[in-house]
Design a protein around this ligand. Structure first.
Ligand code: SF4
Ligand code: SF4
Length: 98
């Protein structure tokens, strides 16, 4: 797995940088987020949950989905919605209680 950054959606607010427990994220000069070392990311998804702009996703391993497939959680009052997207951009949603 690993972190997928959609730079065009990043506004450089820094929320994800603040929450990463591994201090792996930083802002570049044009105020876009970047990751220092992808291999050190343990997919806790704290950064993904913190981004209100949808700029961060978690890559799914190719063993369970095609290359380029991603998953992103959305948190609500008492629920969590998982949105899975394949390499063609098709999405499937799973709504679960939490
Ligand atoms: S939280 Fe989202 S918009 Fe803010 S810096 Fe991180 S990726 Fe960019
Ligand atoms: S998934 Fe967790 S460890 Fe990986 S970059 Fe995001 S906050 Fe850091």
């Amino acid at each position: 797995m690993g972190l997928w950054i959609e730079e065009s959606k990043c506004f450089g607010c820094g929320s994800c940088v603040q929450v990463c427990p591994g201090d792996l994220l930083y802002l570049t000069a044009p105020k876009k987020v970047a990751i220092r070392e992808q291999r050190e990311c343990w997919d806790c998804m704290a950064c993904v949950k913190s981004c209100a702009h949808g700029a961060l996703l978690t890559k799914l391993p190719y063993t369970i989905a095609d290359y380029g497939a991603t998953i992103r959680p959305f948190l609500g009052e008492g629920w969590i919605k998982w949105v899975c997207r394949d390499q063609e951009g098709r999405e499937e949603e799973f709504l679960l209680p939490r």
